[in-house]
Design a protein around this ligand. Structure first.
Ligand SMILES: *Cc1c(COP(=O)(O)O)cnc(C)c1O
Length: 296
């Protein structure tokens, strides 16, 4: 089977007083529309890994994640779509939630493991699948050079030149891919990453490992809202307003924090008047379900 999705990821403008007053044009690339389950950057990150699995006659994808992992869900969806068996090794004690429900619905088998064992992923792979030569190891979040390569293709699709591109950073793989794409197209765009972890400065090392050339970029490390998966009332209220004003669903784990950073920096006159800015909606809207009780 041909491993491909037809990419629908339009760029649309976001109008807001904060931007208009400062003569900023802000756009959003709707990577969330690529697929409801194999969502946004997770499709970009999986694409070349799945092609590699196919080329090596691997029929069973083994991967890793927390109980709310967009990557587990995307792998489950991609496995179902392209004919692979999938197993997700989940960090922590056995639970059920909306994400894991949808993983199972797409045929993924789940193995729960305690946090100590979870750290050594190659060991877990060998323990359960060492004798299965059709099994392929895919790291947590899909992190790999193949994943960065897939993400760089997002830049190939841009028909305009922007002064800034904004994206959320988890592992930094998507950021590295976008920066590589900007470099290979010789674009003058500044990449701005918004780490969703506390003390997100470490992500610079992770990004730099995957860069094809030493390129400069910016990280805005003050928008983690207490850490990964954490939020406060201000972030929740920003998301409510954003969704109600634009009709674009965003999650509180990644895109919500990135857009909050963009609005906040604009309000603080961080950008030169006349700037053209593109935000990447990297998908993962089901992350909302993990926090729905916060939206009461
Ligand atoms: C996984 C994910 C990210 C983080 O991507 P990295 O390549 O790990 O930095 C960003 N946004 C969404 C919606 C995600 O699911």
């Amino acid at each position: 089977m041909q491993i491909n999705l037809e990419i629908f990821s339009p760029v649309q403008q976001i109008n807001h007083k904060v931007f208009a007053e400062r003569d900023l044009s802000v756009f959003i690339k709707r990577e969330d529309l690529i697929h409801p389950i194999i969502s946004g950057n997770k499709w970009r990150k999986l694409k070349y890994l799945l092609k590699k699995a196919q080329a090596q006659n691997k029929t069973h994808l083994i991967t890793f994640g927390g109980a709310f992992s967009n990557h587990l869900l995307a792998t489950a969806g991609a496995g179902a779509r392209f004919g692979f068996k999938t197993t997700g090794i989940v960090r922590g004690e056995e639970v059920n939630n909306d994400t894991l429900f949808m993983c199972r619905l797409h045929g993924m088998k789940l193995i729960f493991t305690d946090r100590d064992n979870y750290r050594d992923k190659p060991n877990l792979f060998n323990r359960f699948f060492g004798n299965d030569d059709q099994a392929m190891f895919i790291d947590e979040g899909g992190s790999s050079p193949e994943a960065a390569q897939g993400c760089s293709e997002l830049v190939d699709e841009l028909s305009e030149t922007y002064d800034h591109i904004f994206a959320a950073c988890g592992t930094g793989t998507m950021s590295a891919g976008i920066i590589n794409g900007l470099t290979s197209h010789k674009l003058p765009t500044t990449f701005n990453g918004v780490p969703v972890f506390k003390n997100g400065g470490f992500i610079r090392n992770e990004i730099d490992k995957l860069l094809t050339t030493g390129t400069d970029y910016q990280l805005h490390t003050d928008y983690h809202f207490g850490g990964y998966g954490k939020a406060n009332d201000e972030l929740i209220s920003f998301i409510k307003t954003f969704v109600a004003e634009t009709g674009i669903l965003i999650d509180p784990i990644y895109t919500g924090k990135m857009l909050y950073a963009l609005y906040d920096l604009a309000a603080k006159d961080h950008f030169k008047p006349g700037s053209k800015i593109l935000a990447i909606h990297s998908g993962g809207i089901w992350g909302l379900l993990g926090m729905k009780d916060r939206f009461d």
